[in-house]
Design a protein around this ligand. Structure first.
Ligand code: SF4
Length: 53
């Protein structure tokens, strides 16, 4: 899959990861949170993640 040079990502076990380089292949992603009041980087999630099977 073609990388999207605007979205860097290191999550290699995601279906949308470009395995050769650290980029996402989606045209866009959605970032969200699992916290009520996010205060740290750890509070943010890529909600477009899908486990690479
Ligand atoms: S969908 Fe999210 S986690 Fe998956 S490769 Fe793209 S940016 Fe990374």
């Amino acid at each position: 899959m073609e990388k999207n040079p605007s979205i860097k990502c290191s999550i290699k076990n995601c279906r949308y990861h470009n395995q050769n380089e650290n980029y996402c292949t989606l045209e866009q992603i959605k970032v969200g949170t699992h916290e009520a009041h996010p205060k740290k980087i750890e509070c943010t999630d890529c909600e477009s993640f899908v486990l690479n099977s």
